[in-house]
Structures are given as C-alpha cells and as structure tokens.
Design a protein around this ligand. Structure first.
Ligand code: ADP
Length: 487
C-alpha cells in the first residue's frame, strides 16, 4: 500500500495533500481546544471572583453583627453551579464558617501556606482531596486574628463545566473535521488526477514512440508545463522522424556503395586470380628448368618475381575472402577433426621460412590425443596459417615462436607465442579491424595487407570460439583462441 504512494506521482501528490490536511486539521482542533478552554476557565474564574467578593462583604458584615448570613451565602452559591464549597478559614487553618455545617462541626484544619494571605489568590486544587480538579479562590477578609493576620474566604470552583465545554468543542470540531476531511479527499483526488493523468498520457505516448511509432502525436491540450512538455515531445518525435528518414536514405546509399565496393573487389580479385595463377605456374616451370637451363642469376631474378607473384596471390585471396565474409558467402563445411594433426600438418609449409629466418620454432604437441572438434578444415587451416605467418613475419631473425594446445574440458585452447616486435599498446583495440597495420611494423617495412586478422577472427567466431591476445612492444605477442569441444 505504502509503495503505491511512494512509486507514483499520483500517490505522492495525493498522499502529501491528505497528510497536510490531516495534520492541519489536528493542529486546528488542538489550538482551538486550548483557546476555548482557556477562555471558558478565565470567564469562570472572573465570575467566581465577583461572587467571592460579594460573599466576603456579607461575611464581614455578619461577623461584626454576629449573625451568620446562611441564607444570603446559600443564595450566592446557588448563583453558580460551579461553586462546590464556600468556607471562611482562620489563618491557623481552622474553618470558622462553611456553607456545609458538617465541615464546621469537623473543625477541619487546613494546612495550606496561602492562609492569612493579604491578596486574592487562585490555586489549582483537588476536592474532595485527590478526586476532582478545581480552582480555589482565596479572598482575604477584613477580619483579623490577634496577630493581625487576615481571615480568608475559600471558594472552590469546579472545572466540570470547562471540561464539558471542551468536550463539546472536540466533538463539534471532530465532526467538522471528518466532514471536511472527506471533502478534502474527494477534492485532492480530483486535483491529483487532473495533474497526473496528462503525465500518464505522456508516459503512454513515450512508450508508443519508443516502440518506433514516430507518427504518434500525444494529445494534451493543457497550457501548463505538462502541455508544453507534450508539445516539445511531439516536436522531438517529428524531428526524430525527419532525421531518421534522412539517416535511412544515407544508410541506404552507404550500403549500396559498400555493396558496389565489395562487388568491385570481388570481380577484380576473380579476374586477377586466373592470370596470377598462370604466371605462378609458368615461373615455376622456368625456375625448375623445364624450359631449358638457367644461369643462377636468371634463377635468382625469376625467384624474386615468383615470390612477388605469390604475395599478390595471397593479397587477392585475402580480398576474395573478405568480400565473401561481407557478402555472407563464406560458406562453412564442418567435420570432426583432430586439431593437433591439422597444426602438425600445416607447419610443414613453414619449414623453408623457419630455416631462412633461423626461427626457434616449437610445437608443443600434447602427448595424449585431444578430443576431436567440429571444424571447417580449410578455413581453420587458413586461420592458424595466418597466425603462424604473422608470428614468424613479425619476429626478428633468430627469434622464438611456440605453439601449444591444451584441453580446457569445454574447449581446446590454442596459443601462438612469439618474441617479436609486439603491437603498440595504443593500437590494441584496432587489431582485428580491416586494413589495420601496426605503426611499428610499417616502419620496419614488413609487408602485409592488414586483412589477415579480420579473416581469422571471423573464422574463429564462426566456429563458436573466441580470440584474444597479449602483446608488449619489442617483447613479443601471444595470440590465444578457443574452439568448443562438441559434446
Ligand atoms: P598483415 O599481417 O597482413 O599486415 P594482419 O591482419 O594479419 O595483416 O595483421 C594486422 C597487423 O597486426 C599487422 O600489420 C601487425 O601490425 C599486427 N600483428 C599481427 N600479428 C602480429 C604479431 N604476431 N606480432 C606483432 N604484430 C602483429
């Protein structure tokens, strides 16, 4: 219940209004009760004081005439039903006269310090002792004792009428309060609803617009802040729609351009591949001496030409693979394969370059066969080839390259570690993007296209694996990738 008030504007406003009204009502009752009570008590005391003065005069007269004015005093007492007793007390506390003859016969002794006072006093008292709260008016008389101290007239005034009046005030105010409180609930509910229902409309509108319906217009016609907010909202939706349309057009154009670029690369690469392959075989035949003996100088020149042609073929293949990935045509054929055998087999391709660059190359093949994994043989070969190629290419001569593979139960984890140039820290996040090449390797003029890792990442992820690396410039790089073990 409390949550309803806490979690909605309606609850908050409504709750605050009700609470404020309730508290001000209670405060109002309390204050008026106090004021009313004080006023009635004051009137009562004033009236009683007047009566006590009249009584004093009568008693003084009677004392000197030695005739007690019982009847007159009874009359005075009967003037006000609030007077509970009327006594004349000597300064020593003995009662000399009382409206009730029993009290005199008891010779009641009052031990109060105010006896013998020279001025009128009003005290809080209880009468009978400890039972009812009363006001006691002490009036000095002209009659004095041997020591010259005045006798006192004691008049007990009951506060019953004050209490009764207070009760009436409470009762009336409470009735009025309950009535106004219900009225206030009704008005507050109406007012709060009036404030919050446009907000609710605004929320619903925002939800509809949020779901993508930018044609939706929020219908709030008020001229207040909420109305203005709705207007701003509608304007924002309109602007959003326009910019979305413009963006859509832009995106369409960019996509078309991209498609055309990919198509162009694909066509160009295809066209280049056939003549490049023809050149490759012709050069190979000539170098092998199939068309007649060559001098060693001729052989060296042709070999350089052959290697240049090989690099161009790799570039063209990379281009073709990238365009296939982007066009979604990089098809996969999965089969269960022993990954360590695949690596074992492909590192033979690197024999020549390992020797040439005097690389300390190690493949830490696991002693026990690993579980077979579901992979596309040629794509996985291409990926690992790229990683090993990079490790050797970006490691200076006589460096070290180590490949290891471990079974982490859910997947196989392959590590390719080199002691090469490393990747500059500030370029780490761009490593898998197309055409990225590290500043350090460009400076060293190591050839490359910047497409290899883009293709590798795509292949690993298509196998359900992940790829990451650690690298420090001039210390080396380690690439890791995982391939899930099919259960
Ligand atoms: P390429 O090697 O053809 O330039 P890649 O996509 O394979 O393209 O690599 C992108 C870049 O990442 C490289 O140019 C190089 O700067 C950096 N790189 C990749 N592998 C390594 C490595 N093992 N050591 C140092 N730098 C590397």
């Amino acid at each position: 219940m409390f949550r309803v008030f806490k979690n909605s504007i309606f609850g908050k406003i409504f709750g605050s209004l009700i609470l404020t009204l309730f508290l001000s009502g209670v405060f109002f009752i309390f204050v008026s009760l106090k004021q009313q009570g004080a006023r009635i008590t004051e009137n009562l005391i004033k009236r009683s004081e007047t009566l006590s003065k009249i009584a004093s005069k009568q008693i003084e007269k009677a004392y000197y005439a030695e005739v007690w004015p019982f009847e007159t005093l009874k009359l005075i007492i009967s003037e006000s039903e609030d007077i509970v007793f009327l006594w004349v007390a000597k300064p020593d506390g003995r009662i000399y006269f009382s409206d009730d003859p029993d009290v005199i016969s008891m010779g009641k002794i009052i031990k109060e310090p105010f006896l013998g006072t020279e001025e009128t006093l009003i005290q809080d008292w209880t009468y009978p002792r400890g039972v009812e709260k009363i006001k006691l008016i002490i009036q000095p008389l002209e009659i004095r004792d041997e020591e010259g101290r005045p006798w006192s007239l004691l008049m007990g005034v009951s506060l019953r009428s004050v209490v009764a009046a207070e009760r009436t005030v409470i009762f009336n105010s409470l009735g009025l309060f309950i009535l106004t409180f219900f009225l206030a609930i009704f008005i507050s509910f109406y007012l709060t609803k009036k404030i919050t229902s446009p907000l609710e409309k605004l929320k619903q509108g925002a939800e509809i617009i949020g779901k993508g319906n930018l044609d939706y217009q929020i219908e709030i016609k008020t001229r207040d802040e909420v109305g203005k907010l709705a207007e701003a909202f509608n304007k924002m939706t309109e602007d959003l729609k326009n910019s979305q349309m413009a963006l859509g057009e832009e995106l369409k154009r960019a996509k078309e351009l991209d498609r055309m670029k990919t198509e162009f690369i694909s066509i160009a690469a295809h066209q280049l591949r056939t003549p490049l392959t023809a050149v490759k075989w012709i050069l190979k035949m000539i170098i092998n001496g199939d068309l007649g003996e060559l001098t060693s100088e001729q052989k060296a020149f042709l070999s350089r030409g052959y290697q240049g042609n090989e690099r161009t073929i790799k570039l063209v293949n990379d281009f073709l693979n990238v365009s296939r990935i982007e066009e979604g045509r990089f098809g996969y054929v999965f089969e269960l394969i022993q990954l360590e055998d695949l690596i074992d087999n492909l590192i033979q391709d690197f024999d020549h370059v390992i020797k040439e660059r005097q690389v300390d190359f190690i493949f830490e093949k696991p002693k026990e066969p690993l579980p077979k994994v579901k992979i596309d043989h040629s794509k996985m070969r291409l990926a690992i080839q790229n990683l090993i190629d990079n490790a050797i290419k970006y490691t200076p001569e006589k460096g070290r390259v180590a490949i290891s593979i471990k079974n982490s139960i859910m997947h196989l984890e392959v590590t390719i570690k080199d002691t090469g140039y490393g990747i500059p820290k500030k370029q780490h996040e761009r490593i898998f993007t197309k055409f990225f090449r590290g500043d350090n390797v460009i400076r060293k003029q190591v050839e490359g296209t910047g497409l290899g890792l883009f293709i590798v990442k795509n292949i690993i992820e298509k196998h359900g694996g992940t790829i990451w690396f650690e690298s420090e410039e001039n210390k080396g790089t380690t690439f890791y990738f995982t391939i899930p073990v099919s259960t």
